[in-house]
Write a protein that binds this ligand. Sequence first.
Ligand code: MF3
Ligand code: CO
Length: 287
Amino acid sequence: MSILPERVELKTPEQILVMRRSGQLLHRVHEMLAERIRPGITTDQLDTLAHDMIRDEGATPNFLGYQGYPATLCISVNDVVVHGIPDDRPLEEGDVVSIDGGCIVEGWHSDAARTHIVGSPRSVADEDLVRITEDALWAGIAALASAERVGEVSAAIEDCVAEAAGESLSHLEGFGGHGIGTAMHQPPDVMNYRTRSRGARVRPGLCVAIEPMLIQGPGNWELEDDDWTVRATGGGRAAHAEHSVAVTDRGLLVLTAGDGGAAELARRGVVAAPDPLADGAGGDAAD
Ligand code: MF3
Ligand code: CO
């Protein structure tokens, strides 16, 4: 860790509008994938669907080619935590499948992940895993609304998991969220648990991807020989939930949520920023 704070790219409202367009497209890609995921489909097929939709919309997949990454999506099944590479194995009933994707619109990146259970859940523990991961994400997002420092987001995620799961879920040590904008990964780090650092200052124009990754049981993991696949080694399954979020002078905007985060934030007592796409102020109307 350096002594000087890393330089954070603060975005103008005009730039946040383009990031919202990037995020809204990514939201629609995730909606499409949610409809297509079912037993029998391969993760390669899901990857092709996402790739073609992003391209057809005139955008660019940002994972593809990133440090040599070979696909549009990361699809992580069961004990794979993150960065699973799509392949030709058909999904099965009860699989826990996290889909992580991103795109670039006019130079501005988005990044978001969801975890699905294919068909009927195998266990209550799997349902809890997915629900608590999603909850931890929204707890972190809601904390950002009033945070002075990014570390408050990390603390909210840690507390949410501890309260909902006790010791039954572990975070993925060493991985976390990040700034996002003209690159997919920028400063500041957004850890999923408390650290010694208070984190970067929160101010209008800050855009971050918040992304809790949770594992059933102990948090041990290993990196596979492909240098990407992160696999849990304690016998548990894993989930991942992620949104890209903008701090604006009118509140928080969840760039990769269909409604800009309005509904989930309201449930937590936070009013979302007005969605710049909703009034036709420079893009397609939000759906
Ligand atoms: N959302 C992922 C992350 O922030 C992006 C993975 S980059 C890729 O870690 F190259 F693996 F695609
Ligand atoms: Co990310």
